[in-house]
Design a protein. Structure first.
Length: 1149
């Protein structure tokens, strides 16, 4: 019998199942078969003393009667295949009648299964069953290489001597040949002597041949592995069966035998003895000698025989002991399945059935189990239903292999707490008991699929049940439950409610409970969605102190992020935008329309977003300035505030996906935020994985380890059909999983390498290098423990009409926001003073506030010094301010109007420079910058090629900000702290031609590559005859985009002069020159950076080295998930000139 998980769990009547053998059995020693061991003698003794044995306690008489009544009530309630109804009101039934009728019709029709024509070993298979043959056809006898011959259902009387030709025959089926009948003991005609020549014959089927005696020749066929003699009324199995020393399976069903000869144990390889359909009264005492016997198929009920009511009553009340099941049954060491259902036992002896996988003790009078049962560590099924148990011991938790535990119809008041240890449990049936509550440890049953707790006294459902995410059925019918846990929606596999699946209650069942939450009109349903929606809403509404949270919307350019935000925030779909367009514009403008459609959408977005962002609008202090041409691509970041209908509030940062903006991402990434990682679901494939999802996971792993990520697939309207959407979803899941495993795999491999290096380094007395490796090891361990958290459920949406999937996404975002495991900071009680602080800070003018001002404002609001940091962190988390607490350069200033910071950066970075720097369309360039077309183009070229911006050009770029000279200078001073640029001091006397003179440099825009011979030039260059010291920074996970450029920007404060390339920096310092070079031409795929440094002489330029390495370290350390290893000469380590920890840079002497 196969173990079917599905449906099996819901069977009302206890069922007993076999699990296929998974254990290999050893062959016995040849001596064992014939020996008469002391054990055999002792088991014989035990059996003799049977009537006196009796260790079990008698069950209390009072329990018995109520057990019976509960049992009968349960039966009344159950649905029978015959169509008996359930007491529960009108539940839905699912496919029951059709299934049964299908079953019946299949039974009538005789289906002939076509057998394969060759065996696995390549021998022929010949099926001549049911052909009315009276003799074996000569052509069959002539055939060679026969492996299997099926002659069943014919009218053969014997086999001819020519069968000797079937020398390779492995299996012979002679069943249902009634002519083989044989009555006399010495009549061998049915099976000729020649059969003994078939040395390869392993399986002989001679069942249902009307034999009264088995042909004696069988007992000489010692090569047989399988012998089936079932359905022949032979009455007795002769001792000669012991000759078949290779026998593995013997089928003796319906043979009228009443016992087995003791000699059966000489068949030491026996794994299976089938005895069903016989009235077995005794078993040989020697049976436990069969060390491989897995299956003993017999009806154990026969042992208790016909029982009168009086005896049954005595057994029920424990006044007599039920010792009629032979002790040897409990001593079969390899037995896998023991079915004692309905054997009326009231005690069970200690067992040594160590191989037991299934134990069915249902429908008995048991109230206690022997201790040895709890040591059966292979047990996968334990059925104790319909007994008299009132409790179960803690040892139940030892049965770690259990997959099915059936305890229905007992009088159990409490489940032991150790039940939570049964990690493999898939089915737990505790219905029809007296449980008042389920233990909280139930949350340990992570694999549980079916939980039946019908008809108990449960007054509540523990919240922990919401952890059982595999649950498909939760039957709580007829209890005393008033409220369902609010997090029940986490049980995503619990989809149906009040339905039947093959006569069994399936899904969530709640009938006959005094439920008020949710109310009846909600819970009476056949889909749990309605119930879950209600509970979700309730959970959100009931969440106290829910603070506004930050949401980062990231993904490839044009994947549909901003369009989705329109749908999410305003319910506006793409088609409604198009409708609006049509209403407003004439036909002649069609061409123009198409060109500008994207701008309108952008305009619309801006307007709608704007209406929601009071604080953001206020930050400008005036209406939106005249805007330069817009495209439908987001420029850097669009910020908006979104409050859902259920009052969950977010500040959304919708990032422009274009590459141009990547350098500034890190400032706005935040590990406390919820990330929506958006990708185009219609275009997703293995090939596009890296660009659409992979690179974003990498980015987040580097900058925000541990961040929570919700994957959102857009444009499902462009997918072929529903199945394509689902298929892609599976692929996304698979590749994302693979991606993260690869990432962790790399970290683990690196950790292994570092540990090895560390061992070697420890013996080299190079302390500084050991410290560097130690740091690296800690970082790797930290990152391994903190991978990004991918929310398992992927949202698939479309921004077309109806916004399919969007409301579900809103729902799941709301739930994520109240998940305290993901966002522990999301619910906190905030002192009123902090809100006062917020208001006062916001009222301040300027782009940022110095720390002194912040402290002053705080003291005015009575926010004490020791809570100022927490207050600012809170305001940062809710998006009201930006405070870079861990950034040494920025930690002492506060961006109290984040929108202004965004605008400042946005004005420098554009994905569409050509469109943007259109001299003819923008009078600003002429009036502000005093450019003519040529000088303008020249200045622009210098900017887009080398990243150098002159003062007039910068004035144009910042035109929107309407800056006074003073403010201009203030911002210019601020910019380098953002690590994206450096400034160049200007001559004190204006030169007049400042149109090309660089004022600010953004290394990100530098497109010029270093020449190949740069290293050689550096080595030969001044000071000559000094060999450079070379340091290599190795990045096993590659350097994220923009990091090299940020190092380049940060070096500016410490160098006297410099030359920049896209992939290199050459600079001079007081006492040294250095060259910093990427390993490959593209810094974004660089896995190592080389630093070459030359002092004035051969001595180490210690001070310069410390400064440069500290600048590099400080920049790299801002990337929390980045790991790097420094390769440097030992001398440099010993002199401690290589900096790798976070430190302020101090210039020596
Ligand atoms: N068919 C279809 N088109 C969509 C959907 N969502 C967005 N689009 C189109 O995809 C294009 C890009 O959409 P955006 O929302 O601007 O993409 P984005 O991800 O914000 O792009 P960036 O701002 O550049 O990062 C636009 O032309 C939209 O009309 C959708 O669900 N279905
Ligand atoms: Mg966008």
């Amino acid at each position: 019998m196969k173990d079917k998980d599905k449906g099996a769990g819901m069977l009302k009547k206890a069922r007993f199942e076999r699990i296929p053998d998974q254990k290999g059995s050893k062959s016995p020693s040849p001596t064992r078969a014939a020996s008469s061991s002391p054990k055999r003698a002792s088991s014989a003794k035990m059996s003799d003393s049977r009537p006196q044995s009796g260790k079990s306690k008698s069950p209390s008489p009072s329990r018995k009667s109520s057990a019976k009544s509960r049992s009968s009530s349960r039966k009344r309630d159950s649905i029978s295949p015959g169509g008996k109804k359930s007491k529960s009101p009108s539940p839905n039934r699912k496919g029951t009648s059709s299934a049964s009728s299908r079953g019946r019709s299949a039974g009538k029709k005789k289906v002939r299964v076509k057998s394969p024509s060759r065996t696995q070993s390549g021998l022929k298979i010949r099926d001549l069953s049911d052909q009315g043959l009276t003799a074996v056809p000569p052509n069959l006898l002539a055939e060679k290489d026969l492996g299997i011959v099926n002659l069943s259902g014919n009218n053969l009387k014997t086999l001819p001597p020519e069968i000797t030709r079937w020398d390779k025959l492995e299996k012979l089926d002679l069943s249902k040949n009634y002519g083989l009948r044989r009555t006399k003991a010495n009549d061998n005609t049915s099976l000729p002597q020649e059969i003994l020549t078939l040395a390869n014959l392993r399986e002989l089927i001679i069942s249902e041949c009307n034999l009264q005696r088995l042909p004696t020749i069988i007992w000489q066929m010692t090569n047989l592995h399988v012998l089936d003699v079932s359905r022949n009324k032979i009455n007795i199995l002769v001792p000669e069966v012991g000759n078949l020393s290779n026998l593995r399976k013997i089928n003796l069903k319906h043979t009228n035998i009443t016992s087995l000869p003791p000699e059966i144990v000489y068949c030491q390889d026996l794994e299976e003895i089938l005895l069903w359909g016989n009235k077995i009264s005794t078993l040989p005492e020697t049976l436990p000698e069969l060390l491989k016997l897995k299956t003993l198929g017999l009806n154990y009920r026969d042992f208790c025989g016909q029982m009168d009511a009086m005896r049954e009553k005595f057994l029920n009340t424990g006044q007599v002991k039920s010792d009629y099941i032979p002790q040897i049954v409990f001593d079969l060491p390899a037995l896998e399945s023991l079915d004692l259902e309905g054997t009326k036992i009231n005690n069970m002896p200690e067992t040594t059935n160590h191989g037991l996988r299934e134990l069915n003790l249902s429908r008995n009078f048991l109230n206690v189990l022997p201790r040895s049962v709890y040591n059966l560590n292979h047990l996968t099924l334990l059925n104790l239903s319909d007994n008299q148990f009132s409790n179960l011991p803690d040892e139940l938790g030892n049965l770690k292999s259990l997959m099915k535990l059936r305890l229905a119809n007992n009088q159990i008041h409490f489940l032991p707490l150790t039940i939570g240890n049964l990690k493999n449990l898939k089915e737990l049936d505790v219905s029809f008991n007296r449980l008042k509550r389920l233990p909280i440890n139930i949350k340990g049953l992570r694999n549980l699929k079916y939980l039946h707790a019908e008809k108990n006294d449960l007054t509540a459902v523990p919240d922990e049940i919401c952890e059982l995410v595999e649950l498909e059925t939760l039957n709580l019918t007829e209890n005393n439950i008033h409220t369902l846990p609010m997090r029940l929606h986490r049980l995503t596999k619990l989809k149906d409610a009040h339905v039947y699946d093959r006569y069994n209650k399936h899904g969530l069942w709640l009938y006959k409970n005094p439920l008020t939450t949710p109310p009846m009109e909600i819970w009476r349903t056949d889909k749990t969605e309605k119930i879950f929606d209600y509970l979700k809403k309730l959970a959100i509404i009931k969440t106290e102190n829910l603070q506004r949270q930050k949401m980062l919307v990231l993904g490839e350019s044009q994947c549909g992020k901003s369009t989705l935000m329109m749908g999410l925030v305003h319910g506006i779909s793409l088609s409604s935008v198009e409708e609006d367009d049509k209403g407003r514009k004439s036909k002649q403008e069609d061409m123009e329309d198409k060109r500008r459609k994207s701008y309108d959408l952008e305009d619309k977005r801006r307007k709608s977003y704007g209406s929601n962002i009071e604080s953001v609008v206020q930050e400008h202090g005036e209406s939106q300035p005249e805007s330069l041409p817009l495209t439908n691509k987001t420029e850097f970041i669009e910020q908006t505030i979104w409050k859902t209908e259920n009052m969950v509030e977010f500040v959304i940062n919708d990032f422009g996906g274009d590459d141009a903006y990547r350098i500034s991402y890190p400032l706005f990434l935040d590990a406390n935020a919820l990330v929506l990682l958006v990708y185009d679901h219609s275009e997703y494939s293995k090939n596009t994985h890296q660009t659409s999802i992979g690179q974003w996971l990498d980015l987040l792993s580097r900058y925000t380890p541990g961040v929570a990520i919700k994957l959102v697939g857009t444009k499902i309207d462009l997918c072929e059909d529903f199945f394509a959407v689902e298929e892609t979803e599976d692929l996304v899941r698979e590749l994302v999983q693979e991606h993260l495993e690869n990432y962790l795999g790399k970290l683990r491999m690196e950790l292994g390498n570092v540990e090895k290096d560390l061992k070697e380094a420890k013996s080299s007395s190079n302390e500084e290098y050991v410290a560097h490796l130690g740091n690296l090891k800690e970082k790797l361990e930290y990152l391994i423990s903190k991978p990004v958290k991918i929310i398992p459920e992927i949202a698939t949406v479309s921004s077309q009409e109806g916004l399919p999937g969007v409301s579900k996404l809103v729902n799941s975002i709301e739930l994520l926001a109240i998940d305290t495991e993901l966002f522990p900071h999301g619910q906190r009680c905030i002192p009123d003073l902090w809100n006062k602080l917020r208001a006062r800070l916001k009222r301040r003018s300027g782009y940022y506030l110095s720390w002194e001002v912040v402290e002053k404002v705080a003291s005015l609001c009575h926010v004490k010094e020791d809570s100022l940091e927490s207050a600012l962190q809170y305001l940062h988390d809710i998006g009201e301010v930006m405070w870079f607490k861990n950034n040494p350069g920025l930690s002492k200033i506060l961006f109290h109007k984040p929108r202004l910071l965004v605008d400042l950066i946005t004005s420098l970075y554009h994905h569409n420079f050509e469109e943007f720097f259109n001299y003819d369309e923008n009078k600003i360039f002429m009036s502000m910058g005093k450019f003519n077309k040529d000088t303008f183009n020249e200045a622009v070229e210098i900017f887009v090629k080398y990243g150098q911006i002159s003062r007039p050009l910068l004035s144009c770029l910042w035109f929107n900000h309407r800056l006074t000279d003073c403010k201009f200078t203030e911002l210019l001073e601020l910019m380098p702290y953002l690590d994206i640029c450096y400034t160049i001091p200007q001559p004190e006397v204006p030169t007049g031609n400042n149109i090309k003179l660089p004022l600010m440099v953004l290394p990100w825009f530098n497109k010029e590559m270093a020449e190949n011979d740069l290293v050689e030039d550096f080595e030969k260059g001044p000071p000559e005859n000094v060999k450079p010291i070379t340091l290599e920074y190795k990045f096993p996970l590659r350097l994220p985009k923009g990091v090299f450029e940020r190092i380049s920007a940060c070096l500016q404060d410490y160098v006297l002069s410099r030359i920049d390339w896209k992939n290199a920096v050459y600079a001079t310092l007081e006492d040294a020159n250095f060259l910093l070079l990427c390993s490959v031409s593209d810094p974004s795929s660089c896995n190592s950076i080389t630093l070459m440094i030359k002092g004035q002489s051969e001595t180490l330029p210690a001070s310069s080295m410390r400064t440069i390495t500290q600048v590099i370290a400080n920049t790299l350390l801002k990337v929390e998930g980045l790991v790097w290893k420094i390769k440097a000469p030992k001398d440099a380590w010993l002199n401690q000139v290589i900096q790798f920890r976070k430190k302020d840079i101090t210039t020596e002497e």
